[in-house]
Design a protein around this ligand. Sequence first.
Ligand code: PLP
Length: 394
Amino acid sequence: MSASDQSDSTIPATLPLRNDLIGEEPYGAPQLDVPVCLNVNENPYPPDPKVVAAIAERVAAIAPTLNRYPDREHIELRQAFSDYLARESGVRLKVEQLWGANGSNEIMLQLFQAFGGPGRIALGADPTYSMYPEYARDTFTTWQLVHRNEDFTLDVDATIEAIQDVKPSMVVLTSPNNPTGTSLPIDDLEQILAVCEQVPVTGANEGVHPVVVVDEAYIEFRDPDVPTALPLIDSHANLAVSRTMSKAFAFAGARVGYVAASQGIIDCLRIVRMPYHLSAITQAAALAAFDHTDEQLARVAHLRETRQQTAQWLESLQYKGESIKVAPSASNFLLFGGCFDNRQRIFDELLNRGVLIRVVGPDGWLRVCMGTDEEMARFREALAEVLPIVEQTE
Ligand SMILES: Cc1ncc(COP(=O)(O)O)c(C=O)c1O
């Protein structure tokens, strides 16, 4: 690799950066100081003052012990995950079936560290969350994709064919999927689990079968008819369901994600985790938030309604004589458009008006996350203004 290959970068070519990382950019949506941020799928409503006080109290209580390392098994927090899931999804799991980390990003990385690696393949369904290829890159796992159907549902036949063909060590399915909002029917998941329970794994010992990871980061925003994969955990030792406190639970800044799975899968993650990866402060803050689950989830039903109303409104719009499409969403965001011949320009014009959304997903589409009522009013006003301008100038 010559020095000129790094000439546009601030990273000196004299540093022994891994060859496969040369030219790579840090991942992340722009963090801009604009009035309306609808780009990273957060819950826009801040914690209730009662919860803020409870967090401060819990953190103050453990502060005198900060000279000591935290409970690296975070047992109390894992019990809180169990209680929360029993309440949220009606599925009671043992502490040994739950595991936490700094955001579900870290959970996913640990899954890739444990089950991916050189010579291993992880399979996903495109379009999907754009961090997955990065976990794969960072763990030297080959990332392979099957394409979703035109309506963004999973192409089950193509997925099964790909599993039988490449024999991945991991199949990563996302429900609701980011950036499309599409949920995964339980029948589809069961078919995939059944195939994975038979298929061998490239690069692994005989008798080994793929792990199926269902990323349910947005699942609390689902409608009542949309299933969670949690009830399948007890009957499928190779199923891992990833969850997070970052989205519906309104706790993105605290960085807490978790995974529900068989004890065997959790024990694999315990091998690759950093010692004391979850700080005592994080654990205390998360426990305080779980003590106030009602308050933390108070706006979820309203955000679901906001999604329904925004979808209807978007579908009533036209761009160049075509109706704007909206992908059916079980999450707190909407992928809309399908007909934007210059989505970057629409994004830029919205940003000029103080509204930040996301250019992501297939060409022609944009993603907007549900904000507060005021933020959504600003979004609507700005989009209604921007579409005719872009239409006329393109
Ligand atoms: C599908 C999906 N999974 C996981 C994450 C990571 O969330 P966190 O690390 O905040 O839990 C995100 C974040 O946007 C996501 O969209």
